[in-house]
Design a protein around this ligand. Structure first.
Ligand code: SAM
Length: 177
């Protein structure tokens, strides 16, 4: 769940949060507290060309209800914040929870997030205690949580119309008919 979106300023960042979610192993991207549609449209377009029709995108207006409903259904909510607990300490605890096949919702902000989020969530996790970016934080978090599997798995996105043949130099893209 991406909370907030500053129109103009955040257009690419919000899209990139969604694209990182898709590429690094999430099933869904939820945009909260904004009526912006552009990022969701771009992510859907990417999915139609590069695969991932099953990757869901959506919006919620009542972000707090969405979070508490998710928890009531047995899900675990993790807020990425530079004020949280170190990633290395948090991951084993989080993985223990998720071992029981629970769903995980990762919450990232744009600008300042509501202070109540810190108490509402199950985990506040810092990817280092320095300010950086929701895109960077999400990528590192998912990569560490999933041991790099989604980004290494070339069989993901089997419905893609386009795929890349890795090259040491130059570019090669295959278009499926
Ligand atoms: N000054 C803002 C605040 O008070 O939250 C920071 C906003 S930062 C540009 C946007 C988002 O990036 C934050 O809401 C958080 O989700 C994420 N973020 C930035 N640095 C982080 C860090 N060191 N660890 C985890 N998440 C971070």
């Amino acid at each position: 769940m991406r909370f907030g979106h500053r129109k103009g300023r955040d257009t690419r960042i919000t899209t990139h949060v969604g694209l990182v979610a898709r590429a690094f192993g999430a099933d869904e991207f939820i945009l909260a507290n904004t009526d912006a549609k552009g990022p969701l449209q771009t992510i859907t377009d990417i999915c139609s060309r590069w695969g991932g029709a099953e990757f869901k995108t959506g919006t919620v207006t009542n972000w707090k209800k969405a979070i508490t409903d998710f928890q009531k259904n047995g899900g675990v909510v993790c807020h990425l914040t530079m004020y949280g607990m170190p990633l290395s300490d948090s991951l084993p605890k989080l993985q223990q929870h998720l071992g029981q096949k629970k769903n995980l919702l990762v919450f990232v902000g744009a600008e300042k997030v509501p202070s109540e989020i810190y108490d509402l969530v199950d985990f506040n996790v810092a990817v280092g205690n320095q300010p950086h970016s929701e895109v960077g934080a999400l990528a590192v978090f998912l990569d560490r949580l999933l041991d790099g599997r989604p980004v290494e798995d070339t069989s993901r996105f089997s419905d893609a119309k386009l795929s890349i043949v890795p090259q040491e130099h130059g570019k090669k893209t295959l278009e499926k008919t």
